[in-house]
Write a protein that binds this ligand. Structure first.
Ligand SMILES: Nc1ncnc2c1ncn2[C@@H]1O[C@H](COP(=O)(O)OP(=O)(O)OP(=O)(O)O)[C@@H](O)[C@H]1O
Ligand SMILES: [Mg+2]
Length: 324
């Protein structure tokens, strides 16, 4: 079967590839295993972790997306090439690609993404901002003369946009996402429980008990770390009820980002949002975040059913619209 058009969401931690007719084709961590002697990419995604486990002296992990992008352009291209082959199988047809990109990229970064996708084997590349992709992916009506609001939370940033007839009329990006939620959990455990933990443990805590809803059933988790005072391993039983306090700082930053966009929006469109509410997308959404935002702002807030893949799905749809 011929598959010519695909949407790709290139995230700092995760890459998703979708096609319009087949939906999600690939979702992998955006990591490559690089041979330290030859600088060659020998595996990508989950397989990269296995490659490092097999030969830890000869292979290192590289996360080539966005920040060090120009430096890692070749790694990015090689990683994408592996992913494209995995998603599309062996085919002679080079795909046309729509990439969902963050709103805050520099021109150099944007060019680097474009070059990397072409070097990975795409026939043509188009770029569209992530909030627009996510909005299409969750089914916003781009012909509607109603303001619609999307809040897209990734690993390293939150992008908020007011969308009107398929355009972003106001938008705001803040450098707060899942990684900053993890850092807040690390700080909380250090300050409140005198326990040192690493990033991996913090992410696990977030995924297992990281709810920020005010009223939910309590969950607990035994967390292993290193006691700061006695300098020895210690276990602390952490409750989900502590999470709202632990995550207060990054949550406030997300809230402020949303409020800024609402403040900058003209009155008529604000009224649309009062009626229509806002939609959350992205992998970084914490359980209860919809309720948290709804309670503070008094606005209806819902998590999209396809929150995690909306940007890639929307990118595929955007390509279809372009080709019509
Ligand atoms: N169940 C979960 N609950 C809360 N957060 C989660 C969960 N699962 C994954 N995450 C977090 O989601 C984030 C990844 O989300 P996403 O894939 O949207 O980011 P990304 O696109 O790679 O990043 P960015 O768009 O910022 O470049 C990570 O920080 C991860 O810890
Ligand atoms: Mg993303």
């Amino acid at each position: 079967m011929l598959r010519k058009g695909i949407g790709i969401d290139i995230g700092t931690t995760q890459i998703s590839i979708c096609s319009l007719d087949e939906g999600l084709l690939l979702k992998e961590p955006s990591v490559a295993a690089v041979d330290v002697d030859t600088n060659e990419v020998i595996a990508a995604g989950k397989a990269a972790f296995a490659a490092v486990d097999d030969a830890p002296d000869r292979v290192r992990l590289c996360w080539p997306v966005w920040d060090p992008i120009v430096k890692s352009a070749e790694v990015l291209a090689a990683m994408l090439r592996i992913f494209l082959r995995r998603a599309l199988g062996r085919t002679l047809i080079r795909p046309q690609v729509m990439v969902s990109i963050p709103c805050d990229l520099t021109e150099a970064q944007t060019n680097a993404v474009e070059d990397a996708v072409l070097a990975a084997g795409a026939a043509r590349v188009h770029l569209l901002e992530a909030p627009l992709c996510a909005a299409l992916g969750v089914g916003f009506d781009f012909s509607s003369p109603m303001g619609q609001m999307i809040v897209h939370i990734g690993a390293s940033r939150t992008e908020v946009a007011m969308i009107f007839i398929g355009d972003m009329v106001t938008h705001n990006t803040v450098p707060v996402g899942g990684a900053q939620f993890d850092s807040a959990i690390i700080r909380y455990l250090r300050e409140k429980h005198k326990l040192l933990i690493g990033k991996r443990t913090a992410e696990q805590i977030k995924i297992r008990i990281g709810t920020v809803a005010a009223h939910t059933e309590e969950k607990t988790l035994d967390v292993k770390g290193r006691c700061i005072v006695r300098k020895e391993p210690r276990v602390v039983t952490l409750s989900s009820k502590e999470m709202l306090g632990a995550l207060r700082e990054p949550l406030t930053a997300v809230l402020d980002a949303v409020l800024t966009v609402i403040e900058q929006t003209v009155e008529d469109m604000r009224a649309d949002i009062t009626k229509g509410g806002l939609v959350l997308t992205g992998g970084g959404i914490l359980p209860g975040l919809d309720q948290f935002l709804a309670d503070v702002m008094g606005l209806r807030t819902r998590v999209a059913a396809n929150a995690d893949t909306a940007a890639a799905e929307g990118a595929a749809q955007a390509l279809e619209r372009l080709n019509k």
